[in-house]
Design a protein around this ligand. Structure first.
Ligand code: GLA
Length: 398
């Protein structure tokens, strides 16, 4: 009896993040990529409505997250207040509005004195802020890393994780310290996802130099994921940053961007204006077969099998013996592909799975056209346009 009680207490002391909130990568929307600091409650309500009306909620998108600049000042007792001009109805009413539509509500804060946008940060107010979030009905917290001189990331994020835990309302905790202190090595018990890089921006293959920091295009972010896949899994994901789909790249690049994030088992957090999106953008974000690859319950991040002539060949093992396959043409010009399945040795050391392509024949399904695409008994021959992808699902033939 005493032993059982002690074991229980020891377990409670160890308990940190809330379990079961991110068994598959989180899906939702965040204001930053499209609206930056220009956020207000009307926008958030309209986005929540659009998430439902567009069918994105039913495709799996759940979180409606306000990024930086929602904060006003702290009150006399140190409690954070929303910016009264932008959020006159307050956060509780806004969270209620979002919840009433079958969605979840997220906010942003920062481990330092100020947020990156110069609003009050949570440093010194972590437990107060966690209490406010719980009262308001917050389900997701993105926690940034500006103005943190002298702080150690592991301790700072652990403090907020424990504050959320103490406040009692389950909150998905998303770390955003840009991969600086290798969060994949320590954050598994602290949070549900961690950014692996600096910020994305709306370009397929470029770097934007802001002087003291750089923003990265899709391919640059992809290249920074190398070596990290063993650290991801159900409940704890590598986060290569939010989506830029629908923010101005041409459709083939948006398609490639979305496919890469799907194969990486990355959080799928849309960053466009859901109220005004083209049919094409919607068809990319709502591609259920790609979403199924991303949300697969095995939770294994994809592996880069080979790179030939600027074309990358990726595989992701899926629950039940299927595999996802992606050919990504990094070149701006088209490439003729030839991929002889039976001669490829696809083994995954992380999930200890072997596709056994020499002996197992798989049926192929094209996840962008939705059509059957033959099987692995015959070499794949295809023309792949520049900056585009071919994504297939392999299912063992009986
Ligand atoms: C940092 C983060 C971004 C965004 C901004 C807000 O740059 O990495 O994702 O949250 O701050 O100021």
């Amino acid at each position: 009896m005493l032993v059982a009680l002690l074991a229980l207490l020891a377990g409670a002391a160890r308990a940190q993040k809330f379990e079961g909130l991110a068994d598959t990568p989180p899906m939702g929307w965040n204001s930053w990529n499209r609206f930056a600091c220009d956020v207000n409650e009307q926008l958030v309500r309209e986005v929540a409505d659009a998430m439902v009306a567009s069918g994105l909620r039913d495709a799996g998108y759940r979180y409606v997250n306000i990024d930086d600049c929602w904060q006003g000042e702290r009150d006399a007792r140190g409690f954070i207040q929303p910016d009264a001009a932008r959020f006159p109805g307050g956060m509780k009413a806004l969270a209620d509005y979002v919840h009433a539509r079958g969605l979840k509500f997220g906010l942003y804060s920062d481990a330092g004195w100020k947020t990156c946008g110069g609003r009050p940060g949570s440093r010194g107010h972590e437990f107060q802020d966690a209490l406010s979030y719980a009262e308001w009905g917050v389900d997701y917290l993105k926690y940034d890393w500006c103005f943190t001189d002298g702080l150690k990331a592991e301790g700072a994020y652990l403090t907020m994780s424990q504050a959320l835990r103490q406040a009692g309302r389950p909150v998905l905790f998303s770390l955003c310290e840009w991969g600086n202190s290798k969060p994949w090595e320590w954050a598994q018990k602290v949070g549900h996802a961690w950014r692996t890089t600096g910020d994305i921006f709306n370009c397929f293959d470029c770097i934007k130099d802001h002087g003291d920091w750089k923003a990265f295009g899709v391919l640059q972010i992809l290249d920074l994921q190398q070596g990290l896949r063993a650290h991801a899994g159900p409940g704890h994901w590598n986060d290569p940053d939010m989506l830029e789909v629908g923010n101005g790249m041409p459709a083939h690049q948006d398609r490639a961007h979305f496919s890469i994030w799907a194969l990486l088992a990355a959080p799928l957090i849309a960053g466009n204006d859901l109220r005004n999106m083209s049919k094409q953008t919607l068809s990319i974000l709502a591609n259920r077969e790609l979403i199924a690859v991303n949300q697969d319950t095995l939770g294994v991040q994809g592996l880069r099998h080979a790179v030939r002539d600027g074309v990358e060949f990726w595989f992701k093992p899926l629950a039940g013996g299927d595999w996802a396959f992606m050919a990504l043409n990094r070149n701006p010009q088209p490439r003729r592909l030839s991929f002889n399945w039976v001669a490829e040795d696809v083994r995954d050391d992380v999930s200890r799975r072997d596709a056994a392509l020499a002996t197992t024949r798989y049926a192929l399904r094209d996840l962008w056209t939705g059509g059957a695409a033959g099987d692995t008994g015959r070499a794949l021959q295809a023309e792949l346009p520049g900056h585009d992808v071919l994504v297939l699902r392999l299912t063992p033939r009986p």
